[in-house]
Each structure stands twice: as structure tokens, then as C-alpha cells.
Ligand binder design. Sequence first.
Ligand code: ATP
Ligand code: MG
Length: 787
Amino acid sequence: MSPIDDAEAFEADDPVPLSARAMAARPAPYLDDLNAAQRAAVETLEGPVLMLAGAGTGKTKALMARIAHLIMQGRARPNEILAVTFTNKAAREMKERLSKTPFHLYEPLKWMGTFHAICVKLLRRHAELAGLKSNFTILDTDDQIRLMKQLIVAANIDEKRWPARQLAGIIDRWKNRAWVPDAVPVAEASAFNSRGVELYAEYQARLKTLNAVDFGDLLLHMVTIFQAQPDVLAQYRRWFRYILVDEYQDTNVAQYLWLRLLAGGHHNICCVGDDDQSIYGWRGAEVGNILRFEKDFPGAQVIRLEQNYRSTPHILAAASGLIAANKGRLGKTLWTEAEGGEKVRLIGHWDGEEEARWIGEEAEAMQGGSRGLRPYSLDEMAILVRASHQMRAFEDRFLTIGLPYRVIGGPRFYERMEIRDAMAYFRLAVSPDDDLAFERIVNTPKRGLGDKAQQKIQTMARANGVPLVEGARLLLETKGITGKGAKELAALLQGIGRWHGAALDATESHIELAERILDDSGYTAHWQNDKTPEAPGRLENLKELVKALEGFDNLQGFLEHVALIMDNESEDHGAKISVMTLHAAKGLEFPVVFLPGWEDGLFPSQRAMDENGLTALEEERRLAYVGLTRAEEVCTVSFAANRRVYGQWQSALPSRFIDELPSAHVDVLTPPGLYGGGYGAAAPAQSTVEEAAARADVYNSPGWRRLQSRSASRPVSQPRESRTVVIDAEAIAAFATGERVFHQKFGYGIVTGIEGDKLDIDFDTSGPKKVVARFVVAAGNVDDVPF
Ligand code: ATP
Ligand code: MG
């Protein structure tokens, strides 16, 4: 029975099951270890509650206790509680924690997850209200861009000047603000050469025909449905008796509206957040939502927590000192009862590889207990980076020394080419009408179905108003295509038919089916016959993909999971050091934290600042605050004077955030790259704050700068075989004058002219040059460029 159906049955019955009432009479151990303010937040069950407090003050802990309390008090059954978490991982962890308490015995929490995960469930139930079928596909960015490209070309717009990625960014921004095409304000009319709104409308129409949604649609459709269908909204208002939201500071307008609509009846909403940890402004999050809470929900109880339970006093003071430099903040005091502990450690390295080597050695030493500290397990350690390209140095190093590690949200397994291809085959098995999936694999592996043949399929499909698979069938029937291509196409269509049949009747396990699809389609053989060095890795990844299917009941469940995945963590056990981005680390805590790469340009990120100036600088600083406050006992900040980014050496100055750390809470360690690595005189093993200040001067001295610029052209540490940047053809897209771009050899610059496949670029470091467009990507895509 579906949750809503049994909700209705349940409502007709007794609102509080006997078991819950019996449990309510039992003591509440989850209340015992809360402080008075947390207890107030937990026990104020009726009406709106806002918990606004700094990092590590126990907001999430209190939120969990509140869920327990709601259930134990018999106020709601677990599946009548809507709990929004920031990542799928957080949702899983919370469910795990709850499952250890007695009340899990009678029902799991079904409605705990990210906004997207919850909305996809809701939208499947009400797809028809959005003009979709319930088996709609969720597009990834790649598909989205491909679709937009088609629309741009069809609208006779020069795709080189007006690239699809730019349109995707604009539409995403509009969706985050919950604007359907008709609701985009006039002030936005000039977007995308004044064609933005029109293309947005076409894009939405096309998605409907494809029975597909993109990520932004999940929220947008649900908001639209709730607004247009009061009876549906009323049903959910009754059903979700209590609403809880963690990390509220990072909600965007669409998410905010969605929450406001759902909580509109009973006002039983509890949001927790910290304005100092708002780090998704670049994705449309509005920290103003927090500040507006009291206005939206009159009579809201605002609870402030000030005691930090996570970090030692030095770590807390360093973080508080840093964030004090931000102007746009509410400001709060944090204190801790904890005593002692190490200062935040600061260390400079010669280059990124040395930084990775040092952290690897430090992690090994700390396992045995070093410097009089207790031994730490690798599970207790994390490396938090600003940009995902930083991860590679750690992966390389840890593989060399055999240090077990896990990358969370890192190399984006599901975004790799072979994984996307395989997934497109799976998507076709689930729904053969998935045109985008068909387009992706029709000639992968090569089947002699080049552009011309594909065009014919498209034309046939369009002329008959049918999906591409059907168009292809008609084309074969009418002999519109002959020879090898025809034979291959017929085989592919038969394959799709067979796989779809197998997926439907489910006689064979979905894992066997997946393997068979990859074999039958020739995709596995394609990589087996491929002689490039990447081929074995790709085959490994395909095996990994099939392995990942084991956790699911069927292909559709798996595809949904992948579409929603925000973090990818390995299943196998054993202690591992975690490597992840600062963004992914929100809400987490680790006894030992390493924060590498604190260099101006990398952190704060030059790219973010180029785009958003001072606002971005403050957001970067909040990100630094998030990083520092993840640490419980030992926190090490580091920077490198030289770093290889996408195969190119760059030099940098230490981050301005380093100078903002209050020196009384920082210990400066010997920078081995500068002193131990053969440069200059030997330095003392451990230096004082005064020396740190002196060293800061060294870093800013003309001599140091010269040293840096020299090393930029002549790396001192032996680089391993140089990697070439492989740029995805999609990423090359096209460029516009004035656009900021990245070239694999010359680094960042601004496009000043375009001539065929050549670009005139004014490079930041090497001045104006004419280069081939193939080696250039939009600066905004640099993180996405695979190695
Ligand atoms: P963040 O802002 O980083 O998400 P948070 O405010 O959600 O932090 P929690 O993760 O809930 O903080 O708690 C931080 C740590 O403090 C956890 O280890 C938690 O168990 C502990 N803690 C919270 N409240 C208490 C308390 N009253 N007594 C003892 N420990 C507590
Ligand atoms: Mg939290």
C-alpha cells in the first residue's frame, strides 16, 4: 500500500497508535544529554521553531532528538514526518541512528531525504499533473546541454557565440527562483541575446515530449502543482504533520516556497541553520530565507545555541576569528567547556605533491600516536579540499604508499563517459522511448550510423511524431537506410526490444540483464578491443557499475538513485582517510582535519571572485569557516608555493585567509619545501608565531615572488610524466568574446576575438595569443575537465 493510501486509512482510525502511546509513557533517554536550549527546541513541538546557531552547537543532534520525541510522544508516526537533509549521506546516517532506537520497530522514516529525493517521490505520484508519465527520466547535465544545443541550433542562433552551457546556467537560475517560463520577470528579458525566455519555454515543452525532467524541475513541478492544486496540497499538509529542515541556510527560493506551502496549514515546521555556513549562494541559495523565517511564520520560537561541543578552544577561536572578517553576518558567540588541545597548525610546502606527501606521512604517524597525542584511526581523519582537481595529488600519493583512502563526491564516477554510455543502454531497457539515451548510444560503439543516418532517423521520427526508436524502425521498413548501417541498426533495435522485455518481465536478475546488455550491445567488446591506455580502467569502471547494481531491486531504482546521487562512497569496510570537497563536508565532523591548498586564487577561488566579487569572497570565507569547524581535535592548514593545475605549473601566494587566522591560536610548522627541501638555510624544527610573521614577510618579499615565477616556468620537483588535458568535445562548445577561459598550456585569459576554430585570448600571465579552440575550455568548466 502506498504511504498516502495508508495515511487515509490511518486517519479514519485512531490518530495515535497504542504502541506509540505506550512508548510515550516510557522515559526519553534522548533528552538526557541535551542542554537547556536544545531541550527547548526539542520540546516545543507545536508551531514554528527556528534554531539559529553556529557550527558544532548540536543543531543536528537536537533535530534528531526532536524526531524521536515526536514519535515517542505519539504526535506523529515516522512516515508522517517530513525531514529534509542536505545530502543523501546525511539522510542515511540519520536513519541509521534512528534505527538504533526502539521506535524503529514499528515503521521506518520514509520521508527523510534531500529536497530532490523527496520531490522525485512526490512527482512520480503526481506526474500527470505536470504533463508527464510516472516513469519520467531525470536528465543529467550532459543530456541537458545536448538538448539545449539542439534548440539553440533550431532557433538559428549562433551556438558559438551563445553556448548551451550559458543557457543551462540561466535556466537553472530561473528554476531555482521557481519561475516557470511565463513567470520570468521582464527584467530578465534580455537574457541570452533576448532569446532566453523563448528557449526556456521550448526547452520545457521538449522535456515534456521526452517525458523527462531536469534537476531543477523536481522542485519547480512540485511547487507548481501545490500552487495550482489546492486539494493535492491539502492532502500533503494533512499527511506531513511535522516538517524538519537541516542546513536551512542553503535553501533556494524554490525549496523555500515548497516548504512554505507545505507548512502553510499547521505551521509545524522546525528549521535549523547557521548563516555563517551558507555556501551555496552560487547555486541560488538565499541566506535571507533564514532571516525571513520569523516574518513568514509569526510567533516562531527562535532558539539560539552557543555552546560548541565539537572542537577544542583553539580550533573554535581560529574559526571564529576568521569569520569575523565577514561583514554580512548576524554575528554570534560560541564557547566551549573543552580545555587544552593543540593550536591550529599551519604549514607551507614547496609544491602540491610535497603537500600530499607530508599529509600522507602525517596520517601514517598519527595512527601510531605521534607528538604525545592519542592514536587516531584513518576513519577519524579527513582531507577537505576547495577544488576537486586537488584530490588527484592525494590519490596518487596514497596509492603509492598504500594508504587506504576514500574519495567522497570526488572523481564523479557516474559522470565518466563509459558510465554514462552504459547508463544510456540501461535507460533504454527501462524505457525505449528515451530519445536522449538513444541518441547517445546509437553509434557507440561505431555501427556505421554517422551523422547522415542519424539525421534520417530524426527526420522520420519527427515526421511521424514518434520516438527515435520507432523512427528508426520505420526507416528500416521503408528502406530509407541500407547496407552495414541498416543491419547494425536492426540488431540494435532488436536488442532494445529484448532488453526492454527482460526488464519488464523480470525473470532474469537485473544484474545479469545489465551484464547481458553491455555484452550484447557490443559495448564491452568495444573497450576490450580498444588499445588506448584508458581502456582497462574503463572496463574496471563498467565492472564497478554492475557491482553497484547489487544494492537495488531493479534497473529503474538504480537509475533513479544515480540521478539523485550527491556523494559516492565505497561499500567496503576497513579504516580509510576521507578526501572530499569542503562543500561535501558540511554537517560532518572528524577528530583530525587537513585543509590543504590555502592559496590565493585557489582558496579563495579566483573564478568565484571573478564572477561575484565581494559576495563571493565572503562565501569563500564561510567555506573556510566550514572547513575549520569540521575539526574536533587536530586541524592543519597548509599551502603550496607551486601547484600543477591541469598539467600546468602555477605559483601562488598564501591565502589571505591565513593572515586572518588569529595568530594566538596558530602554530607555524617548518615548511619542508622551503627549508627542508634544499632551499635556503635550515629552519628550526618548530617555529613560533613571531617567526611565522617573519615568514609571512618572506612569502610576500620580492625575492619569494621571483622564486615563484621562476619555478612556474621551471618546476623544481621532478614532475611525473606530464598529463595532457583531454577535453570533452562537449566542453569545447563555443566561446564568446569577453568570456573567461582556461587553456591547457597558457592558463586563464579572456577571449578577445574569434576566427573559425582559433581564438584570440589575452592570457593573465603570458599576454595576448592566438590559440586553437580545441585546447580551451570555459573557465567555469575547469573543474569538470577530466584528466
Ligand atoms: P554543524 O553546524 O556543523 O552542522 P551542528 O550544530 O549540527 O553542527 P551537531 O553535529 O549536531 O552540531 O553536534 C556537534 C557535536 O557535538 C556532535 O558530536 C554531537 O554529538 C555533540 N553534541 C551536541 N550537543 C551535545 C550535548 N548537549 N552534549 C554533548 N555533546 C553534544
Ligand atoms: Mg549539523
